[in-house]
Ligand binder design. Structure first.
Ligand SMILES: [Fe+2]
Ligand SMILES: [Fe+2]
Length: 185
């Protein structure tokens, strides 16, 4: 089995530079994380940095461009919502959860900003709730809409890189859906 780390004779673990092929961000660690700490992409997208294939330079057809623009809006809206919820929600663990999700959604917005070759990130203006349960329900609705949209967009794209990003985002947003479902039980 190919291992991402080596144990040296002195017992120390050698750290390795990894790179996420979805968001492009680098990570230092002894083994590839199960999920990218920045965008949440699954481990299959995390490669030794030198071998990682990452590009944001894609020729978008009209359909992909429209979908990428919508994706950017969705991610900006969701990240602003999550940061709002992180501040206002009336539950200590909820604050941490929404902060983590806000950071991940902001990273997703950044992927689409790069794909669309925009210099600046558009701003968002979202409301959130003080009651944690209401924020979890809002999160659930947002992630459900995102998954439906990304699944459709992945099916519509003929560009392998655009398709790969949409598919990876379906997996990540599905993980987020499970987080709210567990807490709403
Ligand atoms: Fe990533
Ligand atoms: Fe996202």
């Amino acid at each position: 089995m190919k291992r991402g780390f080596e144990i040296r004779l002195d017992g120390d673990v050698m750290v390795v530079l990894w790179r996420c092929e979805i968001c492009g961000d680098p990570y230092v660690g002894d083994s590839p994380p199960k999920n990218c700490p920045f965008c949440g992409a699954h481990q299959k997208y995390i490669k030794v940095a030198k071998a990682a294939k990452v590009t944001f330079d894609v020729n978008l057809n009209a359909k992909d461009k429209a979908n990428a623009e919508h994706a950017l809006k969705v991610e900006v809206s969701n990240s602003v919502f999550y940061f709002c919820a992180a501040n206002k929600t009336d539950d200590a663990e909820g604050k941490l959860l929404f902060k983590a999700l806000g950071k991940i959604e902001a990273e997703h917005a950044n992927i689409w900003r790069k794909i669309l070759k925009l210099d600046a990130m558009p701003s968002g203006n979202e409301k959130c709730h003080t009651e944690n349960k209401e924020n979890l329900e809002d999160s659930h609705a947002r992630e459900t809409r995102a998954i439906e949209f990304y699944s459709r967009a992945a099916g519509e794209s003929k560009d392998p890189r655009v398709k790969e990003i949409f598919q990876a985002l379906v997996e990540i947003e599905t993980d987020h859906l499970k987080l709210s479902e567990e807490r709403l039980k």
